[in-house]
Design a protein around this ligand. Structure first.
Ligand SMILES: C[S@@+](CC[C@H](N)C(=O)[O-])C[C@H]1O[C@@H](n2cnc3c(N)ncnc32)[C@H](O)[C@@H]1O
Length: 570
């Protein structure tokens, strides 16, 4: 079969598994078929915990479009598809972050019991940024901090992003004097310097004339490409195809999206393999807290209440007699729904030696796992019968899940009487597209729904009011109030707004304190509705939360550390 994506041993020594392209890629080409991202709330709290296996695998929520879900609280984005399986080789970054799209999959809180139980952040697609040959390992940028934070592995002389850029500049400068001169500069000056002075930049410079010439002609990345490329034969023999799943709207009414077979999968096919992040004590991770307002004059520390459970729970495996949660990551995995009568996939512990699966962990108590980060366990997803191309894939999440879901769907009530008129910002923006906006004065008697707020886009310094762009600085705009509506010379509505600046991400130092700006002539396209923080379906108090059941047949006795059902209290 033609497989576009493989999971196999990384070309970076001791880096575990990596992702390889089975086809040649050009800049902009997609890799895989898009995956879900899960917002993680109460980020600060998690980092207080002794270990957080997921911490190294998350993006800042604001760069994945989640900033306003719970602003000003910090959010992280756990993109548990292909994105999480990519390694980072700073010399050869060839794919970009897989930013998800926002879509509620047609679920509405007034009539869908699953509202708020699936992630609206989906179809995050990894894309090539440079040419990648067949068999090339794919690398995303983790940021230099990731390397600096591990001095024992990556010392003072480990080259970082800028060092490869500087190295390329040095090579280009040398070659700007002609090939002959470049050769003498390299052989007489740079290579000897490299041997005595192991700085970050020196270590980023190629070590031979041939390599330097490749860096000059094709870019410094290409020096590192051969060592980061495996043959297709090798990948077919030693790797796993992880390109069998296409996500689409589920055939189960109201279940959101589902996973579909990209091609015919004979019984016994390993559809995908997935490393597992472990959360040994789920109650340390899963509750979402809200700080209660306290009397401003009181010395008491602010109290917290549990406001909900992390959505991640629904995408992880758990067991009613264990505090352990296992959260899988890999292409398409997050999309597989439950169906007991149409089950065609089962999970098993891998035994082909490929996955980083440590059998001894099946005999560890959850308490013993606390001190470890990284993924030490893995699952294989196996076809239990012949599956035709285009069929939806289903797991059996277990009897507990089936019972809990049926109970939820029967007893579930729409959250509030008014929820039938609820519209998310996405729906509302579609609805009011092209309709003149009300001014603040008009909304005092004819208000917009309370779950929405208006934001105006601006680059501020560039005077570019055209549209919202997909980057934190301009993707979210700034809160604004519409003061006046006028017509421009072409008869189009334009607005006078009062905009209040705010920090646009957690590292922003420009807008520590808000600035108020009055701006005229703002076009309609620069004004948009956003969901007010804590109002989307993900925050519904009654939203369904339950992990996928670890099948009894593979559940180790050692993991059963609670004598009673931890899920008995919905
Ligand atoms: C791992 S996710 C599966 C992908 C999910 N459907 C999505 O759109 O992202 C598990 C969640 O999907 C929904 N789900 C899965 N199977 C379902 C079913 N048979 N009926 C209703 N909802 C289901 C539930 O919200 C469940 O907690």
């Amino acid at each position: 079969i033609q497989c576009n994506v493989f999971l196999a041993e990384s070309t970076i020594p001791n880096a575990g598994l990596g992702i390889f392209s089975g086809v040649e890629l050009n800049p902009g080409d997609p890799v895989g078929n898009g995956d879900v991202c899960i917002p993680i709330f109460n980020v600060e709290k998690h980092h207080e915990e002794p270990s957080d296996a997921i911490n190294d695998y998350v993006w800042a929520g604001e760069v994945m479009g989640m900033k306003l879900e719970a602003a000003p609280d910090l959010i992280e984005a756990n993109c548990l598809g292909l994105d999480s399986a990519l390694n980072c080789n700073l010399a050869l970054i060839n794919v970009a972050r897989a930013k998800p799209k926002y879509d509620d999959a047609g679920l509405h809180r007034s009539h869908d019991p699953a509202a708020g139980s699936i992630t609206p952040y989906h179809n995050g697609t990894t894309r090539a940024t440079i040419k990648v040959p067949i068999g090339g390992e794919l690398f995303k940028h983790y940021g230099d901090e990731w390397f600096k934070g591990r001095p024992d592995l990556f010392g003072e002389s480990f080259p970082l992003t800028e060092d490869f850029a500087s190295a390329e500049e040095i090579i280009n400068d040398a070659f700007s004097f002609g090939e002959e001169t470049a050769r003498s500069i390299l052989e007489e000056v740079i290579f000897p310097m490299q041997r005595i002075w192991g700085s970050r930049v020196m270590n980023a410079i190629p070590k031979t004339i041939d390599e330097a010439s490749i860096a000059f002609r094709e870019g410094i990345e290409m020096v590192y490409q051969p060592n980061a490329t495996r043959s297709i034969n090798w990948l077919q023999e030693h790797g796993k195809c992880v390109d069998h799943i296409i996500p689409k709207q589920s055939t189960i009414e109201g279940a959101g999206r589902g996973a579909f077979a990209k091609r015919g999968l004979p019984k016994g096919t390993i559809i995908t393999g997935s490393p597992l992040h472990h959360i040994p004590m789920k109650d340390n991770f899963i509750p979402i807290f809200r700080t209660l307002r306290t009397d401003a004059n009181s010395d008491e520390a602010p109290r917290r209440e549990i406001a909900g459970q992390q959505l991640l729970l629904n995408y992880c495996f758990g067991h009613s007699e264990s505090t352990l949660l296992l959260c899988p990551y890999g292409a398409g995995i997050g999309y597989i729904n439950h169906n007991q009568t149409r089950t065609n996939v089962k999970v098993v512990w891998p035994d082909d030696g490929l996955m980083s699966h440590d059998e001894t962990w099946l005999r560890k108590q959850p308490e013993e796992m606390i001190e470890f980060s990284g993924a030490h366990l893995a699952l294989d997803y196996v076809a239990t019968r012949d599956i035709a191309a285009g069929e939806e894939l289903f797991l059996d999440y277990g009897d507990d899940w089936e019972e809990a879901w049926n109970g939820h769907a029967t007893n579930w009530k729409s959250e509030r009487i008014w929820s039938s008129s609820y519209a998310s910002a996405k729906r509302w923006n579609e609805k009011v597209d092209g309709i003149p906006l009300r001014t603040a004065e008009e909304t005092s008697t004819d208000p917009y729904p309370a779950n929405l707020h208006v934001r105006c886009h601006s680059e501020l310094d560039e005077d570019d009011w055209g549209s919202f762009e997909e980057w934190p600085a301009s993707e979210y705009g700034y809160p604004c109030e519409i003061k006046e509506r006028k017509k421009d010379t072409k008869g189009q509505d334009i607005y006078s707004v009062r905009l209040v600046t705010e920090k646009y991400d957690r590292w922003d130092t420009e807008f520590e304190s808000p600035q108020v700006l009055d701006i005229d002539g703002v076009p309609r396209s620069a004004i948009r509705f956003f969901d007010a923080p804590f109002t989307t379906d993900l925050h519904l108090r009654g939203a369904f939360r339950l992990p996928i059941g670890i099948p009894e047949a593979i559940m180790p006795a050692e993991w059963k550390n609670v004598p009673f059902s931890v899920y008995s209290d919905p």
